[in-house]
Design a binder for this molecule. Structure first.
Ligand SMILES: NC(=O)C1=CN([C@@H]2O[C@H](COP(=O)(O)OP(=O)(O)OC[C@H]3O[C@@H](n4cnc5c(N)ncnc54)[C@H](OP(=O)(O)O)[C@@H]3O)[C@@H](O)[C@H]2O)[C@H](O)CC1
Ligand SMILES: [K+]
Length: 507
């Protein structure tokens, strides 16, 4: 699914109007009908529930006015509050005129804000994609008033005050919505951690925008939704053998952190790797052989950290990092790996911290290496703290372009960055996955997929990130979010990958 900028959204509106031979007012009616249907099916308000609609001067306000009419016609208690302005959009005015006289409709004024009790539903239709500057004066006061209310807040298209795809000054007034209902496609702003408290739970409502036009739009941000990757993992041919799916090498573990190696190893095996060899220090040998009998173990000669890189000839892909520690000897193993590897690499955790602390090593990254930092590790990699979420995304694009690598920036909506700077935001997963070892599981899974020669680097990264989140969603159905631990993720990798597997060979 593409993420469109506010400007492209406007282009899409116009193209839809032209292609379908409809008026912009008819498109607004579709939007209002979709909002109405969602409210009725999902919220199921009582007829007596007071529904207060706060309408701004543009088409976002027009959506609110049309929704007020539909609610009123269906017997609900709609009450409209208008934000006075010098100019109103044509479709706002048309819907203002179509509002039945029985619907209470008042202009907002500083001394005349309505009481908004907990039993009410508030519709924020003040500003949408036409917002051009931070809210001030009366608009800012209205937003503060809405946020103070204990009532449920539903934002139309965007929480008012939030820009769809660009940063706003810190502390700009923003509606804190419980739900945001937008049209057809989500907005980039919804996926950034700093906006979670304002966007709330978001849903896209279909209003029949032209798919052909969307298809032809060039964008650099995508959202990976549920059906996007279905069938992308090739079905295994009947005459497969262990070699078909590659032999992976995992370099992981140190004194006190052998569990990370165990988790990554089991995830790699569940990810479908043909053969797995794990390099651990002596301290990990008995643990690994006992906990993961399916993996071969090639112990380092050192007791508690990795100090030697094994011969890489047998391997189709190499992963390094989980539980590694940051000792100088392990850094030299990393350096040697970067200098000698000719197969795909997956680098995580302390391998990333070693890169961050020795940034000259970044110059050695073989092309298409896959890095999986969380935001703090990413900051160490680039060496400059991000000023805000959008700045971090720009750093991410610059980083992958410079190093010709893939980077998985882990967050609530994990972003997979491709070397051309395109970002793919992952939609699967849940907060239960913020638990120790979750990242080690992702590394192991990605290592398995990178060892599978049938997959491109991008497909392996997208499938791995999505399946990891999906495994978390399946696991949480059984354990709940709080009770989820990383080994639960491992158990559900198989079912998650099964959902993504093509139903017939070659599909
Ligand atoms: N396909 C769709 O997504 C559809 C979307 N619809 C709805 O339309 C809005 C976008 O409508 P638009 O009229 O372009 O914009 P807004 O309603 O957000 O607001 C524009 C007016 O607000 C003024 N403005 C902007 N910023 C401020 C501010 N900080 N303070 C005060 N006033 C502000 C702006 O004035 P300018 O001076 O900037 O020109 C405009 O007057 C979209 O979000 C959807 O809700 C369609 O209904 C259906 C299809
Ligand atoms: K809004």
């Amino acid at each position: 699914m593409k993420l469109l900028s506010a400007a492209l959204t406007r282009t899409l509106d116009q193209a839809t109007i032209q292609a379908q031979g409809i008026t912009s007012l008819e498109l607004m009616e579709r939007a209002a009908t979709a909002l109405f249907d969602w409210i009725l099916t999902e919220l199921r308000p009582a007829y007596s529930t007071p529904i207060h609609l706060f309408c701004g001067p543009g088409n976002n306000g027009g959506d609110g006015l049309a929704l007020a009419r539909l609610l009123h016609e269906a017997g609900y208690a709609a009450h409209v509050w208008l934000l006075p302005a010098k100019r109103y959009s044509a479709d706002f005015t048309a819907n203002r005129l179509r509002l039945p006289a029985e619907v209470p409709c008042q202009e907002l004024a500083a001394a005349r804000f309505p009481e908004l009790p907990a039993s009410a539903v508030l519709i924020d239709a003040l500003f949408g994609t036409g917002l051009s500057r931070p809210l001030t004066d009366l608009a800012a006061e209205v937003v503060a008033h809405l946020n103070r209310s204990p009532a449920l807040r539903i934002a139309v298209d965007l929480p008012s005050g939030l820009l769809a795809d660009a940063p706003q000054p810190p502390d700009s007034p923003l509606v804190q919505a419980h739900y945001t209902l937008c049209f057809e496609l989500p907005k980039l702003a919804f996926l950034l951690p700093g906006h979670a408290a304002f966007v709330g739970e978001w849903h896209t409502l279909q209003i029949g925008l032209e798919q052909e036009v969307i298809h032809n739009m060039a964008v650099d941000n995508y959202f990976i939704e549920d059906n996007y990757l279905k069938g992308c993992l090739p079905k295994r041919p009947r005459f497969s053998h262990k070699g078909t799916f590659g032999h992976a090498l995992l370099l992981a573990g140190s004194q006190g952190k052998v569990g990370a190696a165990v988790l990554a190893a089991t995830a790699c095996l569940r990810g479908g790797v043909g053969l797995l060899t794990v390099r651990v220090p002596q301290v990990g040998y008995a643990i690994l052989q006992t906990a993961v009998p399916e993996a071969m173990c090639l112990p380092d000669s050192a007791p508690d950290i990795l100090t030697e890189l094994p011969d890489l000839t047998p391997y189709a892909a190499v992963g390094m990092g989980p539980g590694l520690g940051q000792q100088a000897a392990s850094r030299e193993v990393l350096r040697q790996l970067l200098q000698t590897a000719t197969v795909p690499l997956v680098l995580d955790a302390d391998a990333l911290n070693l890169l961050g602390a020795n940034r000259e090593l970044l110059e050695l990254l073989p092309p298409d290496t896959l890095l999986t930092p969380h935001p703090k590790e990413f900051e160490r990699l680039v060496g400059i703290p991000a000023r805000h979420d959008y700045h971090r995304l720009e750093q991410l694009r610059a980083f992958v372009r410079q190093h010709r690598c893939y980077c998985v920036l882990k967050d609530a909506y994990t972003a997979v960055a491709a070397p051309d700077g395109t970002l793919y935001f992952n939609g699967s997963g849940n907060p239960g996955m913020a638990t120790g070892g979750s990242g080690d599981v992702l590394t192991g899974l990605l290592l398995a997929l990178r060892a599978d020669k049938r997959l491109s680097a991008l497909d392996a990264a997208l499938l791995g990130v999505y399946a990891h989140g999906r495994a978390g969603d399946l696991a949480a159905q059984e354990t709940g979010e709080a009770g989820l631990i990383a080994s639960d993720l491992v158990r559900f990798i198989g079912p998650a990958l099964q959902e993504l597997t093509a139903s017939a060979p070659g599909l």
